[in-house]
Design a protein around this ligand. Structure first.
Ligand SMILES: CC(C)(COP(=O)(O)OP(=O)(O)OC[C@H]1O[C@@H](n2cnc3c(N)ncnc32)[C@H](O)[C@@H]1OP(=O)(O)O)[C@@H](O)C(=O)NCCC(=O)NCCS
Length: 179
């Protein structure tokens, strides 16, 4: 069943205690670092809130996708083929989902996917600068979630790492919406 909540930008006076998504790093970032990152213009945090309770949160920051030095060219060429020949660049503008966590007691109820959809819409409807891709450094435990949300691996060189760089191409998404 769909949950009712609103997505709000973090404010200095927001009560942040009591959030637990099961990942210490993500829990701690919200309480200890999110406001400093926001003040330092490094990442903006958004909260999904219902009845004064944080159900989920995520951060956004500017990013780019570029050829990774030392990587084989296969992944980069695959990504480049998505772009019209005359528009190919050395790197492409992107936005990174820096962190995403859903309260443990409501996980698996669709809030994470709705947040990813919200971000996809945000950057095809009302973005003020070019942004072709969403990116995420997906923790290996969350890779299945991002695959379900339509993300792909950017390279094979990180396949044994704790996190893998994944991306979502916003252009086919935008075209499907006929925007
Ligand atoms: C990963 C996370 C954000 C997903 O949030 P959520 O609100 O539970 O996700 P949803 O309920 O929207 O799940 C959407 C789909 O992904 C699946 N899914 C959710 N988490 C998954 C995971 N870790 N691995 C594989 N599939 C997952 C769900 O079963 C669901 O599948 P369905 O559509 O077939 O039913 C949440 O589990 C979480 O906070 N995890 C701990 C922190 C973390 O690892 N964050 C990611 C850091 S990169």
């Amino acid at each position: 069943m769909a949950m009712n909540y609103e997505i709000v930008r973090l404010k200095p006076d927001t009560e942040l205690k009591g959030f637990d998504c099961g990942n210490e790093d993500i829990n701690n970032f919200l309480v200890e670092d999110s406001i400093d990152y926001q003040n330092g213009l490094l990442a903006v945090t958004y909260l999904a809130v219902a009845d004064n309770r944080i159900l989920s949160y995520f951060c956004l920051l500017n990013d780019k996708l570029a050829y990774l030095p030392g990587d084989d060219k296969t992944s980069w060429n695959r990504l480049n083929r998505k772009i019209n020949n005359h528009k190919r660049l050395k790197s492409y503008p992107a936005v990174k989902i820096g962190r995403l966590g859903t309260q443990k007691d409501i996980s698996g109820q669709g809030v994470g996917r709705e947040i990813i959809d919200y971000v996809k819409f945000l950057f095809v409807r009302s973005n003020k600068t070019g942004c072709r891709f969403l990116t995420v450094d997906a923790h290996k435990d969350a890779i299945g979630f991002y695959l379900k949300c339509g993300f792909s691996f950017f390279t094979e060189s990180d396949r044994d790492d704790e996190t893998r760089l994944m991306y979502f191409d916003l252009k086919p998404f935008k075209d499907a919406l006929a925007l």
